[in-house]
Design a protein around this ligand. Structure first.
Ligand code: DGP
Length: 118
């Protein structure tokens, strides 16, 4: 899939659209989801043009992949959800209902999340 530079997360990365940011470092920014599915629902997106997890892990340099996932861990720590637990979700493609074509990891937490799928 060709990366769409006008997708909503690309615009957030460029600062053209505001977000409720909780973390930023050289690898990523993290911000609250606009339609939270749990008491804590934060999105972590890499600083780079990657359409999904599937693209990111194939195309990004190893240091970027390592740094990004270390940042996801750091965000979970910053949110204070590491003790009670959290769920990571990353949708790739149509069957997963990916709606924004910029790789992102959802951090979901703040209550018992129950079964993996409804
Ligand atoms: P996915 O379905 O995995 O592609 O998740 C995309 C998520 O992005 C969805 O939970 C809603 C969120 N989202 C969409 N547009 C915006 C936005 O403009 N701002 C924020 N903060 N979140 C958004």
């Amino acid at each position: 899939m060709t990366y769409d530079t006008n997708n909503i997360f690309a615009k957030i990365l460029r600062g053209e659209i505001p977000c409720n940011k909780v973390h930023e470092d050289e690898y990523c920014i993290a911000f609250h989801d606009i339609t939270p599915a749990a008491p804590v629902h934060v999105l972590v997106i890499p600083k780079g043009q990657y359409t999904s997890f599937h693209d990111f892990t194939a195309q990004a340099p190893a240091g970027m992949i390592q740094g990004f996932f270390a940042s996801v861990r750091a965000v979970a720590m910053k949110l204070g959800v590491d003790q009670n637990g959290y769920r990571l979700v990353s949708n790739h493609g149509a069957d997963a209902s990916q709606s924004v074509p910029h790789f992102h990891v959802h951090i979901l937490a703040g209550r018992s999340l129950g079964a993996l799928l409804p």
